[in-house]
Design a protein around this ligand. Structure first.
Ligand code: SF4
Ligand code: MG
Length: 327
């Protein structure tokens, strides 16, 4: 999967370069599984999530989705109507429960909108379905005529989740879906996501910059840096046995539950690379404490170094990196 944005210059708006927001990233999400995508802001996580649903148009690649009739559909081949149908199966939950809900619509209309748009239900049937969805996400179904401002942040996120579930999807892209919430509310919403997953056999692509959240919810994790996937492994393996220096640095910055366990935080030199003008070779080399000559010259391949553990680093097999402390 790729998403390149052209940089245009001059009177003729000639394309002079491309910003490689998502650069040849491959991943799969199994049925009933949570794939956590982590990385600093601007690394392409959201772009990747939206591209998977073609909410923004990818520049290339393929997106295969097993639909409810167990057929493998190439989402990139779909026309407008096909895309509308497949979107019933693939939905998105956004970061900000404050701005993603229309303040002038009642909860009934917000949650019911996808049902009306897809001609799934209306009238009394719609009300009943919305009430059911509200109960599923832990809201009081008597409040269906209320407006978003009458709800707390956590409740608004529940409304957003109910809306995403309205069409009975199989796959949700959750983009920083708990990041705007207080920690205690975060935990409740994460638990809700897990309960819903068990109940409806949902698959999630869970995007977050917060490693604690990712560790808690994910079965497998992918780490992105400047539009590329640099490491991918099961959650356990990635946290205990990271093989990419960037992952090690991210883990070293993760707060630990027990403050008596000491750890050294790795402070990275310099800034995140500019995706419009990335460094040569390995994009991470100007900041990497282990960089060698080859790192400046050659981009490392994304390779499987042990079962299910993929890394893009020339020294992946040589470095002894530190995992997360206290897990
Ligand atoms: Fe560091 Fe080199 Fe590995 Fe890149 S390839 S992460 S610069 S050691
Ligand atoms: Mg983002």
């Amino acid at each position: 999967m790729k998403k390149y944005y052209p940089i245009k210059r001059g009177f003729l708006k000639k394309t002079v370069a491309y910003v490689k927001a998502v650069d040849d990233v491959s991943l799969y999400v199994n049925e009933g599984e949570t794939f956590g995508l982590v990385g600093e802001s601007g690394c392409g996580k959201s772009t990747l999530g939206k591209s998977l649903l073609r909410a923004i148009e990818p520049s290339g690649g393929s997106i295969r989705f097993r639909d409810r009739h167990d057929e493998l559909v190439d989402v990139m081949d779909l026309d407008y109507k096909g895309l509308r149908d497949i979107r019933r199966n693939m939905q998105m939950v956004f970061q900000d429960p404050y701005s993603s809900l229309n303040p002038r619509m009642t909860v009934l209309n917000i949650i019911g909108e996808p049902l009306i748009c897809n001609k799934i239900a209306r009238g009394e049937e719609l009300r009943e379905r919305v009430k059911y969805l509200m109960e599923v996400v832990g809201l009081n179904s008597r409040h269906l005529e209320r407006y978003p401002h009458a709800f707390s942040g956590g409740q608004r996120q529940r409304i957003g989740i109910a809306r995403a579930l309205a069409t009975n999807p199989k796959f949700l892209v959750c983009d920083e879906a708990v990041s705007a919430l207080d920690v205690s509310i975060q935990a409740q919403i994460i638990n809700l996501f897990q309960d819903l997953q068990n109940e409806f056999n949902l698959s999630y692509l869970f995007i977050s910059h917060d490693l604690g959240v990712i560790q808690h919810i994910s079965d497998r994790v992918g780490v992105m840096y400047v539009g590329k996937m640099v490491e991918m492994a099961s959650t356990e393996e990635l946290f205990a046995n990271p093989k990419h220096p960037y992952t090690e640095a991210l883990l070293s910055a993760k707060p630990i539950p027990n403050p008596r366990l000491k750890k050294e935080r790795i402070i990275l030199r310099g800034e995140v690379a500019n995706p419009a003008n990335p460094p040569s070779g390995c994009y991470f080399h100007p900041r990497c404490p282990y960089a060698q000559e080859i790192c400046k010259q050659q981009a490392p391949e994304f390779k499987e170094i042990s079962s299910g553990h993929h890394v893009a680093c020339h020294l992946a097999n040589e470095l002894e990196l530190k995992g997360a402390v206290g897990i």
